[in-house]
Design a protein around this ligand. Structure first.
Ligand SMILES: Cc1ncc(COP(=O)(O)O)c(C=O)c1O
Length: 405
């Protein structure tokens, strides 16, 4: 690279630093765990999405090893060339079987990551129309970056109109729908909002979607495994049943690198929509299939992942943390999930608290724009079933100590 380019990028990085927006990767030594080693120091972590503590679970690790013994290290090609292994198929059949009780007739599709799944779903759903046919996507203002990027790509490829609606404000959404004349319409929302921790009002959204004949995409990356009687996520939490025939209207996306502890994502939808994504989703078609051993381990351990015990422990931890925080002056958002954000406002303050906690051996990452809106920088406390009450006591004591300095 010529000197000119080196200088250009150094200048850009310096500007990030001035605005207190430069991100630094911390170095973890050892497996994902709430008690870990960060940059060489023992640290108590409140930042992983490993909500149930499965990322280092012996049964999952054993199954991954078994899976490698049975089907090797890699898939060798994309699903549509020669990479579609029987373990991928078993995974998809098992997930579809479970979700049939919630959404009705459906199929499921496995992806390497949630990011790629969102790109594939949004671009393929909107790629089915002739150029002069109007398409509108109604997008929640707090949607995850992968949904936003999927929508941006769809907009470039297919002349899609994008309407952003206020967080959880369905009155505003309905008024925007009434002003819109497109024949093909899609509402896109997170299930659990990844930086606020609150839930999308799915039953009301589905009613609205039925009333105006609109499709809905729910990205439940932070709900699958954590919410609902059966641990199946936000649709399970809201008690949807097969009789609601939700799959005619709703596309559900769950991820497998968070509560499920491994990696990947899956989409559940009507068999025709799944078939269309297989035909059209470029981030499904033009990428090597995830190693089959991952699908094998997730399928083998699905009952363990969805078992009650760890979900109950996580709920207890959430209640305990909120109870301890109640008398404090911290601006805790009203979330009942594992994502408990402390709003701090500017980047300097967020980084100051982050650094103070780190000096006490506690890791809670500062989240800054563009991940959250300007002026809404925060600490994102993430709780896990693997935390003990003792761990939570340590965090709350350190936060109290910061306010008394
Ligand atoms: C709401 C949401 N959707 C999608 C993703 C992307 O999933 P993955 O990490 O599997 O790419 C994430 C997180 O990282 C997320 O928070």
């Amino acid at each position: 690279m010529s000197r000119r380019y080196t200088e250009l990028f150094n200048e850009l990085i310096k500007n990030q630093e001035k605005k207190r927006l430069r991100r630094v990767r911390k170095l973890i030594d050892g497996p994902t765990s709430v008690e870990t080693v960060v940059d060489g120091k023992p640290t108590l972590a409140f930042c992983s999405n490993d909500y149930l503590g499965f990322a280092n679970h012996p049964a999952l690790k054993e199954s991954l090893i078994d899976g490698i013994k049975k089907c090797g290290a890699g898939s060798g090609a994309s699903h549509l060339i020669s990479g579609h292994n029987v373990t991928h198929n078993n995974f998809e059949n098992k997930f579809a079987h479970i979700f049939r009780n919630i959404v009705g007739e459906c199929q499921s599709l496995l992806f390497s990551t949630g990011y790629m799944a969102n790109l594939a779903v949004i671009t393929s759903l909107t790629s089915s129309f002739s150029e002069n046919q109007k398409i509108t996507i109604f997008s929640e203002e707090l949607n995850h970056a992968s949904l936003i990027d999927g929508i941006r790509l769809a907009k470039q490829q297919n002349n899609v109109k994008v309407v952003i609606y206020k967080h959880k404000n369905l009155e505003v959404l309905e008024s925007l729908i009434l002003q819109d004349e497109s024949k093909f319409r899609l509402i896109v929302t997170d299930g659990v909002f990844s930086m606020d921790g609150d839930l999308a009002p799915i039953p009301e959204l589905v009613c609205l979607a039925k009333k105006h004949d609109i499709l809905v995409l729910v990205d439940d990356a932070h709900g699958f495994g954590v919410l609902g009687e059966q641990g199946c996520g936000i649709l399970d939490y809201y008690n949807f049943e097969s009789g609601d025939a939700l799959s005619e209207r709703l596309i559900y996306l769950g991820t497998l690198g968070k509560a499920a502890g491994v990696s990947g994502a899956f989409v559940v939808a009507s068999p025709s929509i799944i078939e269309w994504i297989i035909q059209q989703g470029r981030s499904y078609i033009y990428t090597t299939a995830a190693p089959p051993f991952i699908a094998y381990a997730l399928t083998e351990n699905l009952d363990l992942i969805l078992a009650n015990e760890r979900r109950f422990k996580l709920k207890k931890n959430i209640r305990y943390f909120k109870r301890l925080m109640r008398p404090s002056n911290w601006d805790l958002l009203p979330s009942d999930t594992a994502i408990q954000p402390l709003i701090l406002g500017d980047n300097d303050t967020a980084l100051m608290v982050d650094e103070f906690l780190l000096s006490k051996g506690i890791w809670v990452p500062a989240i800054r724009p563009p991940t959250v809106p300007e002026g809404a920088s925060r600490l994102r406390v993430t709780l896990s079933a693997a935390h003990s009450f003792e761990h939570i006591n340590r965090l709350v004591s350190a936060l109290n100590e910061f306010t008394k300095r």
